[in-house]
Ligand binder design. Structure first.
Ligand SMILES: C[S@@+](CC[C@H](N)C(=O)[O-])C[C@H]1O[C@@H](n2cnc3c(N)ncnc32)[C@H](O)[C@@H]1O
Length: 308
């Protein structure tokens, strides 16, 4: 635990994220039902995340479940050491990068495609982490790093956008030092859409999300998918306990904050009630780069389907 922050609730004070109010919010909102909102944002399984200012966490979130909950669950499997270099790939508004930097004393490269790095830097500066968390704009298939630079790579609720091509992991893992670890959390389906007996959804919200449905894979699928990359050793692929309920709890928080469910979350809400979606949740996948992993012939400039 980083002891540079004496105002943590567990140190007897109020978490200083309550004062992080000046940087732009991704989704600004006036508070409608504070009590219900704050209750929905507290989670006994995630004490570190629950200490942060709930409005800061929520209004900088990008939909889906609370990303700090996912980051906290993943961090428990990653064994970060202070000073390690971590890539947070698809970091969105960089709140997970701030969380990892603050909680574990790691240096974080907060890389994202859609979110402006200037706005991310404002959030980072406000959190007092501009010497250790670095915002940049990056496309996951053209990463601007040297081989072996990172001790760890994490990706929270983002890898399914760019990592389902089987050869992608051999590209990404070259940025890890030998023995370095990669960990992701992705929306997942305990019953894989390609499992025997699993019918393609024909109507309703599961069908409405189209091909996205088929990026929600089972832990077994992720294990097999990553095992096809000889450069890494897969350590775990498992569903987060209670993930579907956590996702629903986030919708409760949205309803309390905005006074009604925002239009963008309505499809999520219908999906989570749909019969076809009852095995949905979140999958953690962790692997390490083998010390003897060969350097790919192509790259690291750009992902090419030829690298093996
Ligand atoms: C659902 S958001 C999650 C953001 C953040 N990790 C979080 O949990 O709040 C998915 C993120 O993936 C990023 N992303 C999608 N495709 C990407 C790509 N090809 N390269 C880099 N980032 C990408 C988007 O920019 C977006 O911020």
């Amino acid at each position: 635990m980083n002891s540079n922050f004496p105002d943590r609730p567990d140190a007897g004070g109020r978490h200083d994220s309550f004062a992080w109010t000046q940087a732009p919010r991704v989704h600004p909102a006036a508070m409608q039902d504070r009590e219900a909102f704050e209750a929905a944002m507290r989670h006994p399984r995630y004490p570190r995340s629950s200490a942060y200012c709930p409005k800061w966490v929520f209004s900088n979130s990008m939909g889906g479940p609370i990303n700090l909950w996912l980051a906290e669950e993943l961090a428990a499997r990653m064994d970060f050491l202070p000073g390690q270099r971590v890539l947070d790939l698809g970091c969105g508004s960089a709140t997970s990068s701030i969380f990892l930097g603050r909680e574990f004393g790691v240096e974080v490269w907060a890389a994202d495609l859609w979110i402006d790095p200037h706005a991310n830097r404002q959030r980072i500066v406000e959190a007092g982490l501009d010497k250790s968390v670095f915002a940049l704009s990056a496309e996951a298939h053209r990463l601007p790093f040297a081989r072996g630079f990172f001790d760890a790579i994490v990706s929270i609720d983002a890898y399914h956008y760019f990592g389902t091509e089987v050869r992608y992991l051999s590209y990404l893992s070259q940025f890890l030092r030998p023995g370095g670890r990669i960990g992701i959390v992705v929306p997942a389906n305990g019953v894989d859409p390609d499992d025997p007996g699993s019918e393609p959804p024909k109507a309703g919200p599961a069908a409405e999300i189209g091909a996205d449905w088929y990026t929600f894979r089972s832990p077994r699928w992720w294990w097999r998918h990553w095992s096809r990359t000889p450069a890494v050793a897969v350590e775990l692929a498992e569903m987060i306990e209670g993930g579907l309920d956590d996702w629903r709890q986030t919708l409760d928080a949205a309803t309390a904050l905005y006074g009604a469910l925002p239009a963008l979350a309505e499809l999520d809400a219908r999906l989570l009630e749909d019969e076809a979606a009852q095995a949905l949740g979140f999958c953690l996948v962790v692997a390490s780069r083998r010390p003897d992993a060969p350097s790919p012939f192509f790259g690291p400039d750009e992902f090419e389907t030829r690298i093996a």
